[in-house]
Each structure stands twice: as structure tokens, then as C-alpha cells.
Design a protein around this ligand. Structure first.
Ligand code: SF4
Ligand code: F3S
Length: 107
């Protein structure tokens, strides 16, 4: 199993999650982060750190967001690792909680 970043990270990217990951398995795209499922050790530390509540255990991903499991696996192979907290995206607070953000994902 692994933990999965889901839709509410898109256009927020608070990055608090990367600070606690002991195995540096977060990868960063322009407006979204993903977890490499081959590196995640299921430590659970990142889940409560996300201000957007975007991180779930693979078997607890909300209904309708199951496609994010494959998306994390795919994009983590393409995007660079991020290990340090950065500033959230400019309008992160406005986008936090909005639905239908998948189509705004930049690759
Ligand atoms: Fe990293 Fe642990 Fe979160 Fe997996 S569960 S991404 S190992 S902090
Ligand atoms: Fe995204 Fe939450 Fe991390 S918004 S960058 S998963 S802290």
C-alpha cells in the first residue's frame, strides 16, 4: 500500500507534507504534489500535516478520486523530488476545498 495525494492539493500545494516524510517520496509538479508508491513506507506522518486534507491511505481514498492512485504512480516517475517546505501557491487559501480541480492540473 501507499499514501496518495488527491485532488484538493491541486492549486494549493501547501508543502507541509514534505517536511515530515522520512523517505523523501514526494515529487513536485507545477501545481500539485504526488507520492511515489514504490518509496512510501506507510508511516502515516504526512496525512495530518496537510492543511488541505488531501492525503489519504490508498484504501481510504475518497469515492470518485480513485484515479489519483494511478496518477501518483505515473507522475512521481516524471517529476523531481521535493524535500523542503516552500510557500503555498498564491491563491492556495481560495482554492482550498474547491471541487473539480483535476482539469486544472498542470504537468
Ligand atoms: Fe512519506 Fe510516510 Fe507520507 Fe508515505 S506515509 S508519503 S513515507 S510521510
Ligand atoms: Fe499538497 Fe497538502 Fe502537501 S496541499 S503539497 S499534499 S501539504
Amino acid at each position: 500500500m501507499a499514501f496518495v495525494v488527491t485532488e484538493n492539493c491541486i492549486k494549493c500545494k501547501f508543502t507541509d507534507c514534505v517536511d515530515v516524510c522520512p523517505v523523501d517520496c514526494f515529487h513536485q509538479g507545477p501545481n500539485f504534489l504526488v507520492i511515489d508508491p514504490d518509496e512510501c513506507i506507510d508511516c502515516t506522518l504526512c496525512e495530518p500535516e496537510c492543511p488541505a486534507n488531501a492525503i489519504f491511505a490508498e484504501d481510504e481514498v475518497p469515492e470518485g478520486q480513485e484515479n489519483f492512485i494511478a496518477l501518483n504512480a505515473e507522475l512521481s516517475k516524471l517529476w523531481p523530488v521535493i524535500t523542503e517546505v516552500t510557500k503555498p501557491l498564491a491563491e492556495a487559501d481560495e482554492w482550498n476545498g474547491k471541487e473539480g480541480k483535476l482539469e486544472l492540473l498542470e504537468r
